[in-house]
Design a protein. Structure first.
Lengths: 355, 404
């Protein structure tokens, strides 16, 4: 809200690099933009009681003006929200139509070849894809969720993604790993046909044993590792690590100076990759990345909801619903076109480490 | 190309003309005032990304781009504080950024120093309007002259009002989390002082043992009971005094045990009966110093050791320039209920017009979740919808799904 003229003065001063303006000049320049002291409605900051009484006097002088002002603001608030609401609804309708068109044009038809064709043109594919799903509140929510996970697994396997991690806040999936494995195998069968063509699947969760067959290094079928995460793998894990470190330090086994980002990183990464590292030592050469490359959020807007914080340092994030500011409370439906849009988006983004 | 340049010049001239400028400013004031009427996020964070790319695309020097970025920061801080945001956190410089060209790093450092030292020249203005400035990050990586400017600015504004500006200066979130863990471990590996230990733990084992002994003995001998009665009469039954008395008695008891050979103390007659227990207690205390149990470490403990301690939870995180990554910023703070917004606009261009939809969207969601009491505190609204509009919308969507 600075006028062009004053801005030019300031810029010229910065450019010249010798302080032409002294403190007083700058204050003069600044004065017109500072709010009137009487408008500062923060009673806590009235350290000097005199200034607050002055303020009250001043406020008393113009009661009508300030009343009208507040009414105008309230009116503007209502109007902006109505307009914003209309725009949001229009955008939602527009995107709903676009989504449907996408869904028709891009459909997998349970054919791995079609999915492979869809990703062929992409410049890069994430090695480690992560998704955030929400458990809905209906009765068959868990069944729906497991089906979604199975679909995502099949799509990822077809698209050539080696590692998929599924985050669900409550951790309900972790309690039914064998059942989930069964469902996914069935789903893969419906995509790939006979078991000999199916990709080998390994299903695991932190502090749970690996469920599934070890990938055969000689087979051409792609291998996929599926990792289940929940909110306890986030802050709780860091708290547990701190507890262990504190105990070691109390027993004199570790000095606090030894705690470096590298140590924490190694410890945290091991939790999500450990069961498979043992396998890779035995021959299956597979690189497991603890940090996901792409995080797909199937939700109306981008909220991490307790996703493990340590791993997402450089993760690209994509929210399938964030374009339309949708307000329907439940998570977005997991759809193939949303998955594809995320992959495209990822391929178009430019990667720059260290900003 | 030339045409577009003329057009942009014409546009700039038009926008800079006094009546238009006045109208725009009034409109901005009005909008900010209107924003105030709704719910306002307490804590907003910005990743100021895109200065370099803006400079590149506009054919100006990188340093110039950073200067324009600073203007944008001033603009947006103005909007935030006027609309009632309490804490603004900005990502000014990453530890990784030290890898950039020396020229650019020096220019950025210079800019920070100049801005901070300029700020300190306006002492009274800062007192009246200023926010508390805090610099988060690895200050030990800074050059001494910059560090001096930082410290001066932080000191000068430390007594300011309730608005806070957190500048993440050489900062990465992993470093922050690691430091928090290290400090927690350091806190927990400080042995409790033996004397303090008894004062801090509400009950001490040796004292309970003593009490039991006193009770069993008290039925036989009357002089210990009368002794305790006389002390309790002095303490007039108040809790604090009671603890003090217990502590006092405890100390007497312990000193008694250390000089266990001398039986001149008033508890001396018990010593021959239970000499073993007291000696055991003594040696176990001496061998391993007492620590606070690591099991008491919680998320809150770690949060309290983060650099952002004492600030309200992060409500909105905005990253400009269309890069959809956190780049090691506020990982601990933003992974729960924060709304993360990636905007496809370079930071120097960032203004109220881009920030307004973010705020409106947030306000909308918050007021929706407040209307629906089941979703209180969880503005994703995991519960079924109550609003008719949304029902309509869902029906519409479902209809479309079916149509497909």
């Amino acid at each position: 809200m600075v006028s062009q003229k004053d801005r030019e003065i300031l810029r010229a001063e910065i450019r010249s690099r010798n302080n032409k303006l002294n403190a007083a000049d700058r204050e003069d320049l600044l004065k017109p933009y500072l709010p009137d002291p009487s408008e500062l409605s923060t009673p806590q900051r009235s350290r000097a009681s005199t200034s607050s009484s002055q303020r009250r006097q001043k406020a008393r002088k113009t009661p009508i003006r300030s009343f009208i002002k507040s009414q105008i603001h309230r009116l503007t608030y209502a109007i902006t929200h109505i307009i914003f609401g209309i725009i949001v609804r229009l955008l939602q309708a527009y995107h709903a139509v676009v989504d449907r068109i996408f869904a028709i044009v891009y459909h997998h038809h349970r054919t791995p070849e079609l999915i492979r064709k869809d990703v062929r043109g992409l410049k890069r594919i994430p090695q480690h894809l992560s998704v955030i799903l929400t458990l809905r509140s209906e009765d068959d929510a868990l069944a729906v969720l497991m089906d979604e996970v199975a679909e995502l697994t099949a799509w990822s396997a077809c698209a050539g993604i080696h590692q998929l991690s599924v985050y669900e806040k409550t951790g309900a999936l972790k309690f039914c790993i064998p059942a989930l494995h069964q469902i996914i195998t069935t789903k893969l069968a419906s995509y790939y046909g006979t078991p000999s063509h199916q990709p080998s699947l390994q299903l695991f969760a932190p502090h749970h044993p690996v469920h599934g067959d070890t990938p055969d290094p000689n087979s051409e079928n792609p291998a996929l590792a599926l990792l289940l995460l929940s909110s306890t793998d986030g802050r709780e894990t860091l708290v547990d690590l701190t507890k262990t470190l504190a105990e070691m330090s109390q027993n004199g086994k570790l000095s606090p100076e030894d705690i470096t980002p590298e140590l924490v990183d190694a410890e945290i990464s091991e939790i999500t990759t450990q069961p498979l590292q043992a396998d890779s030592a035995s021959g299956a050469a597979k690189i497991l990345k603890p940090e996901p490359d792409l995080l797909l959020v199937f939700a109306p807007f981008l909220k991490l909801d307790g996703y493990p914080p340590w791993q997402i340092r450089l993760t690209e994030m994509y929210c399938t619903g964030d374009r339309n500011h949708a307000l329907n409370g439940d998570g977005e439906a997991v759809e193939y076109q949303g998955f594809m849009r995320g992959l495209w988006h990822y391929a178009g983004a430019q990667m720059r480490f260290g900003r | 190309m030339a045409g577009s340049m003329h057009l942009s010049r014409l546009r700039n001239w038009f926008l800079a003309s006094p009546p238009i400028e006045f109208a725009i400013n009034t409109l901005k004031e009005l909008l900010v005032g209107a924003l105030r009427q709704g719910p306002i996020p307490q804590h907003v964070a910005f990743v100021m990304d895109g200065n370099r790319r803006f400079a590149r695309s506009h054919g100006i020097e990188t340093v110039e781009g950073h200067n324009l970025g600073f203007e944008a920061l001033a603009r947006i801080l103005d909007v935030c504080y006027k609309s009632g945001v309490k804490v603004v956190t900005i990502y000014a410089f990453s530890i990784e950024n030290f890898k950039r060209s020396k020229f650019e790093v020096d220019a950025l450092m210079d800019m920070a120093k100049v801005k901070l030292s300029q700020m300190t020249q306006h002492g009274d203005l800062l007192d009246r309007y200023g926010a508390k400035v805090r610099v988060l990050g690895r200050l030990d990586l800074l050059k001494p002259d910059v560090l001096a400017a930082v410290n001066k600015a932080v000191d000068l504004t430390s007594r300011n009002g309730d608005r806070v500006l957190n500048i993440c200066f050489p900062y990465t979130s992993r470093d922050e989390i690691t430091t928090a863990i290290r400090h927690t471990v350091e806190d927990y590996s400080k042995p409790l002082h033996p004397g303090n230990g008894h004062a801090r733990t509400p009950f001490s084992e040796s004292h309970i043992a003593h009490n039991i002994r006193a009770q069993t003995l008290g039925s036989k001998t009357h002089d210990t009971q009368s002794d305790s009665e006389s002390t309790s009469a002095e303490s007039s039954g108040q809790e604090d005094d009671n603890i003090l008395r217990n502590d006092h008695a405890n100390r007497i008891y312990e000193s008694g045990s250390s000089f266990s050979s001398s039986t001149t103390l008033h508890l001396g007659q018990q010593d021959p009966q239970h000499p073993k227990t007291t000696v055991q207690g003594k040696t176990s205390d001496g061998e391993s110093p007492a620590f606070i149990s690591p099991e008491t470490i919680s998320r809150q403990t770690l949060s309290d050791h983060m650099l952002t301690k004492g600030t309200p939870p992060l409500d909105i995180l905005v990253r400009t320039s269309g890069v959809e990554r956190l780049s090691d910023f506020m990982l601990w703070q933003c992974h729960e209920n924060t709304e993360i917004v990636f905007l496809d606009v370079m930071w120097p261009e960032f203004d109220l017009w881009h920030f307004m939809p973010v705020m409106l969207g947030w306000q909308r969601r918050i007021s929706k979740s407040r209307q629906n009491p089941d979703a209180e505190g969880n503005f994703a609204g995991d519960s079924p919808e109550s609003s008719e509009e949304d029902m309509d919308n869902m029906v519409l969507r479902q209809g479309k799904v079916k149509a497909v």
